[in-house]
Design a protein. Structure first.
Lengths: 459, 166
């Protein structure tokens, strides 16, 4: 594994064209000439300035969403501009697209899979199961919410937990007559913290998975201990933080509902998980397993006329996929043109415990400033050469870190404060206080757990 | 005479029972429920944290808002049924403790339940919201235990007398 990673890292380094690499420029200023037959490349600082401005524009539009445009409306032309001006060479852009393509396909397949599971009634059944097992006891409900949210996030990605599970959890708590706050907050926290386990759990993981050179099963083996430890830390913090609400009890008697078991959806998800292991053993991209799972559910839903091809395409979130690809290209231009060299000094090398802690902390801070998606895109090329341990430490930071600010980042938070899009914004105090307890504890313990895993299994 | 009964998930039956026992027969009873902004807000925030999803119609916060409104209505209906007397239902939204204080303006009695750590007697048996309301209510307050009131046997012995100073 180490060898694969090192070779990849070398390839990555060599991909940095000498004409644009800032260090090469400093050493060989004569190289800044016009290659025969090509458009004049921008000088590195100009190219960096342009790429940074475009990146900021892309991120600003993703947060602000002027006139309700999809994020891709700004991101795709911005990627076109960095390519057209030579801020990133065509071969670099193509390499980045080739790297991101399978990742995005994987993402789309998982999004479709989660939506079809919802159509099959999986999430509704999950709510009924939680209500039945909780038996009117809020603390027991919290345990069940932790189990459900952790598994759903790990297998069907954090989008499924945020979009599909959160309303179900609220409805379940309300049906039991319990206070919903601890359970909903647990759900939002776990959509981040519990997204450590599998490459499919989070888009950041998919990106890191592609960069780390790890196999699917090895990724999961290294992350299972940090995943469990982070969830455990969240559980203790949330249980204590909301002790009052959990003590209040739940008055409503559980309604007798017919037990429902969406067997087909459950079997398909189990089959998809088995497919991940199998494809990874055979050296095939596990995205195919996700695609197969989605295809099975889609075929059944289409045959039973419960969905339409349009709905399935909509579930694949194509504008989002285009946005991720374009963002990746713009970030690559920013990294290549100088940010990589600048941040290179900040990024600690090595995979000792202090280095892993520093990496995770740096990643958590970056994720909190703008968002974890650009943060992971910036940090991956810088940490991939160090090896899988460093990449996974970055993942711990970017996945757990966003719980510190309730909208995932300061930028989003500030913008939401400015526009007050919803008049129901949370009081920042409570959410931030919860984050201040949960994030450092979960991050610290999970990095230690990662270090232990790396010692035991080996990066 | 106007009596406000604050209905909260988990502890409300005790308040309704107290109203049945202690409110005069000719009192105007108001069942008050306040929906906080935090829970839908947390769901909105979690969705906003997912960069690039571009589909405001999928925002779970909106779904939670609708569910919260429905559940508040159901809760008040359940409370009115348990009360078994004519009453008005009032639903408010905002900062819970401040809305309750505002609603109690001009009332003659506010009934609420302890909602803190009730396993230990003492100041912590009032949660932050009820603490604020007890401290700021503009009318008399009837504070009840959600379950049977504890016996006086549980009160710890007084501390030893402080030494006398000359």
């Amino acid at each position: 594994m180490d060898d694969v990673a090192t070779v990849r890292a070398k390839v990555y380094d060599e991909l940095l064209t000498p004409a644009l690499h800032p260090e090469t420029l400093a050493l060989h200023p004569e190289k800044v000439g016009t290659p025969p037959g090509k458009a004049p490349p921008l000088n590195a600082s100009l190219a960096e300035a342009l790429s940074v401005v475009l990146l900021l524009a892309v991120l600003a539009c993703a947060v602000i969403r002027p006139w309700g445009w999809p994020e891709a409306v700004v991101a795709v032309p911005a990627a076109g501009v960095v390519i057209a001006t030579g801020s990133i060479s065509l071969s670099h852009a193509a390499a980045e697209a080739a790297r991101l393509g399978p990742v995005i396909g994987f993402l789309a397949a998982v999004l479709v899979l989660a939506q079809l599971c919802d159509d099959e009634g999986l999430f509704h059944a999950c709510g009924a199961w939680m209500a039945r097992r909780a038996a009117g006891r809020p603390r027991r409900l919290l345990v069940l919410v932790f189990v459900a949210a952790s598994l759903i996030t790990a297998v069907l990605s954090l989008d499924a937990t945020v979009v599909l599970l959160t309303p179900v959890v609220f409805a379940t708590a309300a049906r039991l007559g319990a206070r919903a706050k601890p359970h909903v907050y647990a759900c939002t926290h776990l959509s981040n913290t519990a997204s450590l386990l599998l490459p499919v759990s989070n888009l950041t993981n998919l990106l890191a998975f592609a960069a780390s050179g790890l196999s699917f099963t090895r990724f999961a083996a290294l992350m299972v201990l940090p995943w469990l430890v982070a969830i455990g830390a969240e559980y203790l913090v949330i249980r204590r933080f909301f002790a009052t609400d959990l003590d209040a009890g739940a008055e409503a008697p559980p309604a007798d509902e017919p037990r429902e078991l969406p067997l087909f959806a459950l079997l398909t998800v189990a089959g998809t998980l088995a497919g991940f292991v199998l494809t990874s053993a055979l050296g095939i991209n596990p995205a195919w397993a996700a695609a197969a799972g989605a295809a099975v559910l889609a075929a059944r839903a289409l045959a039973q006329r419960r969905t339409t091809p349009t709905a399935i395409v909509r579930a694949a979130a194509l504008p989002f996929c285009a946005f991720v690809l374009a963002l990746g290209i713009v970030v690559r231009a920013v990294v290549d043109n100088g940010l990589g060299a600048a941040l290179g000094h900040l990024v600690p090398g090595g995979t000792g415990l202090p280095a892993l802690l520093a990496l995770a902390a740096l990643a958590a801070v970056l994720a909190n400033v703008i968002n974890n998606l650009p943060a992971v895109l910036v940090l991956l090329p810088l940490t991939a050469p160090t090896g899988p341990g460093a990449v996974l430490a970055v993942l711990l930071g970017v996945n757990i870190g966003p719980n510190l600010t309730y909208a995932g980042s300061l930028a989003t938070l500030l913008w939401r404060r400015i526009v007050r899009e919803h008049d129901t914004d949370v009081e920042l105090g409570e959410f931030t206080r919860l984050g201040l307890f949960a994030v450092p504890a979960a991050l610290l313990l999970s990095v230690v757990a990662l270090w232990v895993s790396l010692q035991a299994i080996g990066g | 005479m106007t009596v406000i009964v604050w209905i909260v998930e988990g502890t409300w039956p005790a308040c309704v029972d107290a109203a049945r026992t202690h409110a005069p027969a000719d009192a105007d009873l108001v069942l008050l429920h306040v929906t906080g902004h935090e829970v839908p807000g947390a769901a909105h925030g979690a969705y906003a944290g997912l960069l690039g999803r571009a589909r405001p119609d999928r925002d779970p916060g909106t779904a939670v808002e609708h569910l919260a409104a429905a559940s508040a209505e159901q809760l008040l209906a359940g409370a009115a049924e348990r009360l078994g007397r004519p009453c008005t239902r009032q639903e408010r939204s905002g900062r819970v403790e401040r809305e309750v204080v505002a609603a109690a303006e001009g009332a003659d009695l506010l009934i609420l339940a302890r909602d803190g750590d009730r396993t230990h007697l003492g100041p912590r048996s009032l949660g932050p919201a009820s603490r604020f309301i007890v401290d700021h209510a503009p009318c008399p307050v009837l504070l009840v235990w959600p379950e049977t009131a504890p016996s006086t046997v549980n009160i710890p012995p007084p501390p030893p007398h402080p030494p006398h100073h000359r």
